[in-house]
Ligand binder design. Structure first.
Ligand SMILES: [Ca+2]
Length: 590
C-alpha cells in the first residue's frame, strides 16, 4: 500500500523509474532522492550516479579544505560546492577499512579483522566471507553499472576478486603500495595483464591509471544507458612514496619550515575553517619526534625531501580528481553524480620517527621513501596517534560530499558523526536499491550503518554507537563519550611507537570538549567506563572481533611484550590497569 501511494505521488516519473530499474509491476523501493520536490526536479532524469574516491594513508589535515598547505584546488572546489564532514571515521587500516566500506559491516564481520592472512577464526579469514555483500552486488540488481579501479585488498590472493564480487568492470591490483610498473600485477576485468600491455598507457602512474580507467568505465556505463557506481581506490599517498621528479622539485625547500611550525599553521587554518574548535588544544609533539630546530641542516634537508615527495603524490592525486570531475562535467553527468571522497586510515607512522629514505633518486620507482612518524604527526594535526590506532589520529578522515542536484548549500560543514559502515546504507538509499537478506542462497548480515543523505543536507543523524578494533587497540563512541585503548597493538609496539606502560587501560574522552583526546576522564567517570567497556565487549562478541586468532603472530608477540612490561611494572609496584580489561581474558586461552 505504501508503495502504491508513493508511486501515485511520483506518477510523472514512474515510467522512467521502472524502466531504469528494469522492473515491471514488481513492488519496488522508491529512492528517497525522488521524494517530494526532488521528484519533480528529477522527473525524467536518470538515477544518480555514485562515485567513491578512496585514498590510502592520508592524514586528516592533508588537504587544503581541511587545513593543509599542500595545494589541492580540485578537492577544495568539491568542498566549496559540496559539504565536508568533521567527524567521519574509518577503521584505522587498509584492509579492514576497504572491507567495511564495501560491505557496510564492521570489518571482522566480513572476515577481514586484520590483514590478508587466514588466521583460522571467523573474524580473521583474510578475505571477504559469504555473509556480506559488496555495494556493487547490491546496486547491480538495481540497474547500476558497477566498476572499480585501483587497490582491492580484501582477499584476492585467497580467491576473493572484484569481478566475482559484483563489479561489471575492474582494473585492479590485489594490494597497493606502488606507483610505477614492475611492483604488482594488474588485472583487467579478471584477466592478468602485463605492465606493458597495449591496453595500458605507456609509462603509467597508478594515480592516473586508476582515474583513466574509471572514466573509461563511466563511458561504458553511459553507452549502456545505465547509472553507474564507481569504486575508485588510489594507492596515493601510501608508501613507498613515488611521484614525477618535476612535481617533487616544486615542493623542495618548502618543508624546511618544519613540522612544528606547520602543525601550528594547519591548526590555525582548521580553526579558521571551523573544522576544529579553538578550545581543543593541539596534541603535544610525541617524545619520539624531535623538535625541528634541534635537527642539523642535513637532517632538515632529508626530511624536506621526504615531505616534498609526499606533497607531490597528494597534489597529483588532487589533479586526477580534477580530471575526473571535468570528465563528468563534459559528459553532462556531474550534477547528478554523488561523489564521496575519503581516506582509509590516518597518516602512517610506519618507518618510525625518521621515516625511510632509500634507493636511487628518491621518489623514483627505484626508491623506498616513507614519511614516518615525524611527518605523520603533521599529517594528523591536531590529533593524537596514527594509522593502526583507534585514537582520532588513526580513524578520523576528511569526507567531502559533492552532489549538485541535491546539495545546494555549498561549502558548509557537517558535524554529525559518520563511519565507513554508512556508505553502503547511503548507496542503497540513493540508488533505491534493496539490501538483501540472502545472497547466492546464503543469509547476509544486516547493514550496520545508516544513510547519510539527510546529514548531507544538514539534517540530524540518529544517535547510535560506533565501534573500533584493530590489533587489540579498540574504541567505542556513544554520543560525545569515547572510550579508547591501545592495549596490545602488536605492530605499534614492534615499531617502537608505544612507550606507555599502561597501554591496557581504557581512556575516556569527551569529544565535545576534547576532540584531541588530552584529558583522560577514565579515573573520574568509572561508571561510564564500565558501561561502555561492557558495550564494547558485547559488540566484540557479536561482530567476531573475538575470539582472536590463537596463533596470531602479532598478538603473540604483543602478549609476550605485555607480560614483560607487566613484570617490570609489578616489580616497581605500579598499578598496571585502571580497570579490569574484559578483552584480556580472551587471550588468556591462547
Ligand atoms: Ca591505508
Amino acid at each position: 500500500m505504501k508503495t502504491k501511494i508513493s508511486m501515485r505521488m511520483l506518477r510523472s516519473s514512474r515510467r522512467n523509474f521502472l524502466k531504469a530499474v528494469g522492473l515491471g509491476a514488481v513492488a519496488v523501493v522508491v529512492p528517497r532522492w525522488m521524494d517530494g520536490a526532488v521528484a519533480a526536479k528529477s522527473a525524467g532524469n536518470a538515477k544518480p550516479n555514485i562515485i567513491v574516491v578512496l585514498v590510502d594513508d592520508m592524514g586528516f589535515s592533508d588537504i587544503g579544505c581541511y587545513g593543509s598547505e599542500i595545494p589541492t584546488p580540485n578537492l577544495d572546489k568539491l568542498a566549496a560546492n559540496g559539504v565536508r564532514f568533521t567527524q567521519f571515521y574509518n577503521t584505522a587500516r587498509c584492509c579492514p577499512a576497504r572491507a567495511s566500506l564495501l560491505t557496510g559491516l564492521y570489518p571482522h564481520q566480513t572476515g577481514v579483522g586484520h590483514m590478508m592472512n587466514d588466521d583460522g577464526v571467523p573474524g580473521y579469514r583474510g578475505h571477504l566471507n559469504d555473509k556480506c555483500v559488496t555495494i556493487a552486488e547490491v546496486l547491480r540488481p538495481a540497474g547500476y553499472f558497477t566498476a572499480m579501479s585501483g587497490k582491492w585488498h580484501v582477499g584476492q590472493d585467497l580467491g576473493v576478486v572484484p569481478w566475482e564480487r559484483g563489479f561489471d568492470r575492474s582494473l585492479n591490483a590485489s594490494a597497493g603500495g606502488f606507483y610505477f610498473a614492475g611492483r604488482d600485477k594488474l588485472f583487467l576485468n579478471g584477466k592478468a595483464i602485463a605492465d606493458d600491455d597495449p591496453v595500458l598507457p605507456k609509462n603509467w602512474y597508478t594515480t592516473d591509471l586508476w582515474t583513466d580507467f574509471g572514466i573509461k568505465f563511466i563511458d561504458e556505463a553511459l553507452a549502456a544507458k545505465k547509472p553507474f557506481y564507481l569504486h575508485l581506490c588510489h594507492n596515493a599517498p601510501h608508501f613507498p612514496l613515488q611521484a614525477p621528479q618535476d612535481e617533487i622539485a616544486k615542493f623542495r625547500g618548502k618543508y624546511k619550515t618544519g613540522w612544528d611550525k606547520l602543525r601550528e599553521q594547519r591548526h590555525a587554518k582548521q580553526i579558521e575553517l571551523g573544522i576544529m574548535d579553538k578550545s581543543w588544544p593541539m596534541s603535544p609533539r610525541p617524545e619520539q619526534v624531535k623538535a625541528w630546530v634541534s635537527l642539523t641542516a642535513e637532517e632538515q634537508d632529508r626530511f624536506d625531501h621526504i615531505m616534498a615527495i609526499y606533497a607531490a603524490v597528494l597534489s597529483h592525486m588532487d589533479t586526477s580528481v580534477g580530471r575526473l570531475v571535468e570528465a563528468l562535467k563534459k559528459r553532462g553527468v556531474l550534477d547528478n553524480t554523488l561523489i564521496m571522497f575519503m581516506s582509509d586510515n590516518g597518516g602512517s607512522a610506519e618507518g618510525g620517527p625518521d621515516g625511510r629514505f632509500k634507493g636511487e633518486e628518491p621518489g623514483s620507482a627505484k626508491s623506498t621513501v616513507f614519511c614516518g612518524q615525524s611527518w605523520a604527526t603533521l599529517e594528523n594535526t591536531p590529533l593524537r596517534r596514527y594509522k593502526h590506532y583507534s585514537h582520532e589520529g588513526g580513524i578520523l578522515t576528511p569526507l567531502i560530499v559533492h552532489w549538485p542536484e541535491q546539495i545546494k548549500t555549498g561549502g558548509e560543514l557537517r558535524r554529525q558523526p559518520g563511519h565507513l559502515i554508512d556508505i553502503m546504507a547511503t548507496c542503497v538509499d540513493v540508488a533505491g536499491a534493496k539490501y538483501p537478506r540472502e545472497f547466492n542462497g546464503k543469509p547476509i548480515l544486516p547493514m550496520e550503518g545508516i544513510s547519510l543523505v539527510d546529514a548531507m543536507k544538514g539534517g540530524p543523524v540518529k544517535e547510535r554507537t560506533l565501534f573500533w578494533e584493530h590489533e587489540g587497540g579498540a574504541g567505542i563512541r556513544v554520543g560525545d563519550w569515547k572510550l579508547v585503548r591501545l592495549w596490545l597493538n602488536a605492530g605499534a609496539r614492534k615499531r617502537g611507537e608505544l612507550v606507555e606502560l599502561d597501554a591496557t587501560a581504557w581512556e575516556l574522552y569527551d569529544m565535545k570538549t576534547d576532540r584531541t583526546e588530552l584529558n583522560n576522564l577514565a579515573g573520574q567517570k568509572t561508571e561510564i567506563v564500565k558501561d561502555l567497556a561492557a558495550k564494547w565487549e558485547a559488540w566484540a562478541k557479536r561482530a567476531q572481533v573475538i575470539p582472536y586468532p590463537v596463533k596470531w603472530r602479532g598478538l603473540s608477540a604483543a602478549k609476550a611484550s605485555r607480560k614483560k612490561k607487566s613484570k617490570k611494572a609489578n616489580a616497581r609496584g605500579a598499578n598496571v590497569r585502571q580497570i579490569a580489561n574484559p578483552g584480556n581474558k580472551n587471550t588468556r586461552d591462547e
